[in-house]
Design a protein around this ligand. Structure first.
Ligand SMILES: NC(=O)c1ccc[n+]([C@@H]2O[C@H](COP(=O)([O-])OP(=O)(O)OC[C@H]3O[C@@H](n4cnc5c(N)ncnc54)[C@H](O)[C@@H]3O)[C@@H](O)[C@H]2O)c1
Length: 277
């Protein structure tokens, strides 16, 4: 039987929480660099009545992205994309962060945008981290938004001498995600499809736990203690936003980034999280 198909990249907590909200009655193909993670999510969801097939995929490879798209199309038309794959500043070196989070996301949005079903919808996950970096120039923003995907990693601003550390690489990647979603949403719109981005603050997942235990652990713990919400968030709260964005109630929302961070960004600019001058 032909079903609408959801591609879920990143078998993590955030991806699974979103897929559980929007994936009922559809075929879900979940791809992750770790087959173990993909299988674990497939098992939990299949045991709960979803129809999930796991596969190994690498977001940093166009070939792998085309492979998961081809696999998904065997089941029907792709009506949804959930991109929740990524690596954090404590998990990977600069080059890997740029290749996965920046380049890989751009390629995925481009390739799925070519085949998404009319009326389809996509969501990708950036981060509040991108909101802390000072504004880039209008020209830099435009390059991040529109440079051909194979040119992205050659941009001057992304060369090693211009990237301070893994946090800076992550912030550039997440800024690029937001800009890319704006530019791609115009193309998706030509197919009657929508594309949005969610920028979460600290959400308790294995990725965040790696950060709590990493070199910036105290920084992260301080961040959620001093944000207006006074706690980290949960993947299910991110899924609340995704459900709105991906449902007919969100039909007028496209090309947007929604910040969900318990107020941490607000506090960073105008409250107790403001860095000392
Ligand atoms: N957890 C947070 O606090 C937080 C905050 C802001 C943004 N984010 C973003 O949310 C997204 C999802 O993260 P999460 O917190 O659910 O983490 P998670 O660790 O639960 O899941 C991330 C998944 O991505 C997979 N992955 C890593 N590299 C990959 C690659 N090259 N190809 C395919 N899969 C790959 C991992 O194996 C893992 O299963 C990431 O983009 C992350 O940057 C998370």
């Amino acid at each position: 039987m032909n079903k609408d198909v959801v591609i879920l990249t990143g078998a993590g907590q955030i991806g699974m929480a979103i897929a559980r909200r929007v994936g009922f009655g559809k075929k879900i193909v979940v791809g992750d660099k770790s087959m173990k993670n993909a299988e674990a999510v497939a098992k939990i969801m299949n045991d709960a009545g979803f129809d999930v097939t796991p596969m190994e995929m690498d977001l940093s490879s166009r070939e792998s992205i085309l492979n998961i798209i081809g696999e998904a199309q065997k089941y029907g038309e792709i009506s949804m994309l959930i991109n929740a794959a990524g690596v954090s500043p404590s998990q990977a070196p600069i080059e890997a962060i740029l290749k996965v989070d920046l380049y890989g996301t751009a390629v995925l949005l481009e390739e799925v945008g070519k085949v998404i079903k009319p009326g389809g919808v996509g969501v990708t996950i950036s981060s509040q981290s991108g909101w802390r970096m000072p504004a880039l120039t209008a020209e830099q923003d435009e390059l991040l938004a529109t440079a051909p995907t194979e040119e992205l990693l050659k941009l001057e601003m992304l060369q090693p001498q211009n990237i301070k550390d893994t946090l800076h690489a992550y912030q550039m990647a997440k800024r690029c995600n937001e800009k890319r979603v704006m530019a791609e949403s115009v193309k998706w719109g030509e197919r009657g499809a929508r594309l949005n981005d969610i920028a979460p603050g600290i959400i308790v997942t294995p990725l965040a736990i790696d950060e709590f235990n990493g070199p910036r652990g105290d920084f992260y713990k301080n961040m959620f203690a001093k944000c207006p919400a006074g706690r980290p968030g949960t993947a299910d709260e991110v899924a609340n936003v995704a459900e709105l964005l991906m449902s007919p109630a969100g039909a007028f929302i496209t090309g947007s980034t929604i910040l969900i961070d318990g107020g941490a960004t607000a506090s960073y600019f105008y409250g107790p999280l403001r860095p000392e001058k």
